[in-house]
Ligand binder design. Structure first.
Ligand code: 5AD
Ligand code: SF4
Length: 437
């Protein structure tokens, strides 16, 4: 979501003549787009700001001004605290106010005032960020939903991103057409709780994620569709069916479970049990047997016992994941879990994380190994580090490296998988690039 937001901010500012640079010493404006989900990410903001202030000071000695803006969820959560802790910051802007970014930057430049903008003006943001979409990769993000009403007890998202909001179907179709016209072949539908999508459809009727996917699949040039991130409670039958009958919908599902212990799931307010999750996965697999599964896990939630940690390992063994993200529980200010008494010691969290990651790594290697010798369609997204090397993704979201004489970026090609590592595959491009539909 932050990558998408950063792209949109760059697009909006390009109207005022801004261009992106990779050299911070050249930058008249630096926007730090921040994440508040775990303490480590949030604390990094202040050390990064210290370094950016040094650049600003050095540029000042050369007679150049630098505007520093802090965006994202740390901006939303900490607001004025940021300008107090780092006075070199000119603008603090929360995710719901990005449509006002160009105007606020212009204002801080002319009046020199420090601005903190963390209002929740509701749904006007998308309406007012109307700059034409640029496409830097054949795989393009499309935000369909924002915010979350689930209130998992560990999570800041409902506080920083606000209540659930779904964009209307017609607007998403229009943006998807713009993206394909600009060269996108894959759409990644984004939302903090994307499968809770319920946008306004024809005649004011409410449309779910499955219907949205079916509509987007009808647009010329949309060859691949993905979505993330989902909640198990919102995985309805229609969405499961879409995995069976929409060919463009890729066989990959990121469905965070967080824990395999019912006691922990209840304390986390996840509103489902381990058995319900496993049953849900069985139904998804019945619809799409080859689907690659992904999840998020939290170890060391307050009160987690050795047995609870074992239950999580048992769930992982029962499901079998193609990839997953796992984190140590990080207490976040203002969330219910942060004030629970029985916090788990750091060394216990580390040990449990290590065991979980060892098992998940093994499953990822196994999943990739099963592709050895297969021929898979790969959408190439960028050049690799080696000359003549290109990097793309399989339908199962695995990274693939392959060499070619011409330019493969933006092309779909069949690749015979010849080498398999845990994090990527390599292979040989088969003759006959698959042309755009
Ligand atoms: N501590 C650790 N991990 C967290 N996540 C969300 N909040 C926390 C927290 N307080 C993880 C969850 C979520 C992912 C995006 O980040 O696993 O699914
Ligand atoms: Fe956070 Fe996801 Fe739970 Fe919403 S569903 S509160 S975003 S972990």
């Amino acid at each position: 979501m932050n990558v998408y937001d950063s792209e949109r901010m760059a697009e909006a500012l390009s109207r005022d003549g801004y261009r992106e640079t990779t050299d911070i010493a050249q930058a008249d404006l630096v926007i730090l787009n921040t994440c508040h989900i775990r303490e480590k990410a949030a604390e990094k903001v202040y050390s990064d700001l210290g370094r950016i202030r040094d650049v600003k000071d050095a540029r000042k000695r050369d007679g150049k001004e630098t505007v520093i803006a802090v965006a994202g969820c740390v901006a939303q959560a900490e607001g004025r605290e940021i300008t107090t802790r780092q006075p070199a910051v000119n603008l603090v802007i929360g995710p719901q106010s990005y449509h006002r970014l160009p105007e606020l930057i212009a204002r801080t430049e002319t009046t020199k005032e420090r601005i903190v903008e963390t209002e929740f003006p509701g749904d006007e943001k998308f309406e007012r960020m109307k700059t034409p979409r640029r496409v830097s990769s054949p795989s393009a993000f499309l935000t369909v939903q924002e915010g979350c009403d689930k209130f998992c007890t560990f999570c800041v998202v409902p506080y920083t991103r606000g209540a659930e909001f779904s964009r209307p179907l017609a607007k998403l179709e229009a943006e998807a057409r713009e993206l394909t016209a600009a060269g996108a072949r894959e759409l990644v539908l984004l939302g903090q709780n994307v499968n809770a999508y319920h946008g306004e459809g024809p005649g004011g009727r409410s449309v779910g994620l499955a219907e949205l996917i079916r509509s987007l699949a009808n647009i010329d040039g949309v060859e691949r569709i993905r979505y993330m991130t989902s909640h198990p409670r919102d995985m309805d039958d229609d969405l499961i069916a879409a995995h069976a009958d929409v060919p463009q919908l890729m066989p990959f599902l990121h469905l965070p479970v967080q824990s395999g212990s019912d006691r922990m799931l209840a304390a986390m307010n996840r509103k489902h049990t381990a058995a319900e999750y496993i049953d849900l996965i069985a139904r998804v697999r019945a619809a799409r047997p080859d689907i690659a599964l992904s999840s998020d896990f939290i170890v060391g939630f307050p009160g987690e016992t050795d047995q609870d940690a074992e239950d999580t390992l048992a769930l992982v063994r029962a499901v079998g994941f193609a990839q997953a993200f796992s984190f140590k529980y990080s207490p976040r200010p203002g969330t219910p879990a942060s004030s629970l008494e029985d916090q788990v010691p750091e060394d216990v969290k580390s040990e449990r994380l290590q065991r979980l990651q060892a098992l998940l790594d093994e499953q990822q290697s196994d999943f990739n190994s099963r592709c050895l010798g297969d021929v898979v369609p790969v959408l190439f997204e960028r050049r690799g580090r080696q000359p003549g090397e290109f990097v793309g993704r399989t339908p199962y979201l695995q990274l693939v490296h392959a060499a070619a004489d011409g330019d493969l970026v933006g092309r779909m090609a069949n690749v015979a998988v010849t080498d398999v590592r845990r994090l990527s595959l390599s292979g040989v491009v088969q003759s006959g690039v698959i042309a755009a539909a």
